[in-house]
Design a protein around this ligand. Sequence first.
Ligand SMILES: [Zn+2]
Length: 175
Amino acid sequence: MAKGDSGVVAAQPPQAMTTEEYQKVNFNDFKKGEEAAAEANKALASISNKEFSSATDLAKEWDLAVRPVSDKYGVEIASKIFLKDDKHFMFGAAYSDGNTVRVNSAIAPDVSRVNYREHGYIHTHPWNESFSGDDISWLKFRDHPMDERAYVTLPNGQIYEGRLGGPNGHQRRIY
Ligand SMILES: [Zn+2]
């Protein structure tokens, strides 16, 4: 999810979870989040300055580094994605609220350099289900350029891409 979005859908459990299970895991443990993010950033260090020619390549390599950490802590982890000179994709540092079913990608760190603009975000789900209600809200309603994308990676290795607009954000599986 992203804070400050104009459209907000009611929080709903992933299909894999009952409402009760969802209520048990839907809380922020910022200490755990900090630990998970620090470990994710360590795992990402060797590619943190890499300029990717495609966002799907970025998604794959980011997930290879972050997935084991997301699975270990059982929390969602996110990075913002930036487009440099309208040509190369880079990701910002990883962030986590220490929450199993949410991450506030909007407060993930920026990459503050000239000629960069925000392209979207990538995040993990600790369960095998694509975009959540909050994710779809971002895809449907956020007031930003139409070429922005969101990515979600799953424990089973699948990665989905969604882009702005349409009833469900034009989702497609890319891995
Ligand atoms: Zn999500």
